[in-house]
Write a protein that binds this ligand. Structure first.
Ligand SMILES: Nc1ncnc2c1ncn2[C@@H]1O[C@H](COP(=O)(O)OP(=O)(O)OP(=O)(O)O)[C@@H](O)[C@H]1O
Ligand SMILES: [Mg+2]
Length: 269
């Protein structure tokens, strides 16, 4: 079972200014949303998991291996990360070359890399853009290219940093399908988000970061019930929960479907 274990993690970019403090977490095969205000340390945390930054203190284990001792090649094979800004990730001048780069880099044969890249592009809804220059496409499409590049590598862990940013309803539905499929394949999916509604709808577990610390961690429904604690981190409950509360039917609703069913029941009585 894929597992990331974080023990007493501390990190700072400049000495004396801790960005992450005393983080201890176990992340296993499930879909996990990480939420927090701007500057809470979410992207920094993701970069530590991916081995791009080294802890100042504490240890991150990937299946019992200390990730700071894993080679870049091992990390690339096992842990995929989609960057917050696709322009930080994309460097090839053709979409297909960009999406094939990762698979080739971890040693897939060219024909396998091509097949995996095309499958990933199809999942991302970009199969017709394979021959285009990524920079001729929109930012939301470039985000999808960055996602396809990671999907094509078939890593055990997939980290998304703000994938919903700039995506419209159709884009979010696509993302929901991609994340659900990864979870069903038994991957560990970690997703940094600002979108409470998307988090409520898609993820089993939610972790709230506040000023470099874990403020809440648990089943998504339970975490979002903690309205007062969320307020301390300047976060709101998902819309469905807020509406249910206004209607006086309790809070335990995470998706529009759940709320609609409840309301249909109420009106048919
Ligand atoms: N390369 C860097 N050098 C110095 N400080 C940095 C660097 N990157 C981030 N920081 C600082 O670290 C803190 C956490 O940043 P981080 O990007 O991890 O936050 P975040 O939770 O991802 O925020 P956002 O929601 O805006 O993406 C911020 O105060 C930020 O200014
Ligand atoms: Mg960030």
């Amino acid at each position: 079972m894929t597992k990331i274990k974080i023990e007493n993690l501390h990190f700072s970019y400049t000495a004396g200014a801790d960005i992450l403090k005393e983080i201890s977490l176990e992340l296993t095969q499930e879909s996990i949303a990480i939420i927090g205000q701007n500057g809470a340390g979410k992207s920094t945390f993701a970069k530590l998991l991916k081995g791009l930054l080294k802890p100042a203190d504490g240890t991150i284990f990937y299946n019992k291996q200390d990730i700071s001792k894993m080679t870049a090649a091992q990390l690339a094979k096992d842990i995929g990360m989609v960057f917050q800004n696709p322009n930080d990730q994309i460097f090839k001048s053709k979409v297909i070359d960009e999406v094939m780069f990762g698979p080739l880099n971890i040693g897939q044969l060219p024909e396998d890399a091509r097949m995996n890249a095309l499958t990933a592009l199809r999942k991302a809804g970009l199969e017709h853009q394979a021959e285009q220059n990524p920079y001729d496409l929109s930012l939301s499409e470039r985000k999808m290219i960055a996602i396809a590049s990671i999907l094509a590598m078939n890593t055990e862990v997939v980290i998304f940093d703000e994938p919903t940013m700039g995506q419209d309803y159709a884009g979010k539905q696509k993302l929901k399908r991609i994340i659900t499929e990864l979870k069903d394949e038994g991957k560990l999916v970690i997703c940094i988000l600002h979108d409470m509604d998307f988090a409520a709808e898609v993820f089993e577990r939610t972790i709230i970061f506040n000023q470099g610390r874990v403020l809440l961690d648990g089943a998504t429904e339970e975490v979002f019930m903690e309205e007062e604690i969320l307020k301390m981190a300047f976060l709101e409950q998902p819309s469905v929960m807020k509406i249910a509360k206004k209607l006086g039917i309790g809070e335990g609703y995470l998706t529009e479907d759940e709320l609609t069913k409840r309301l249909r029941g109420a009106f048919s009585n």
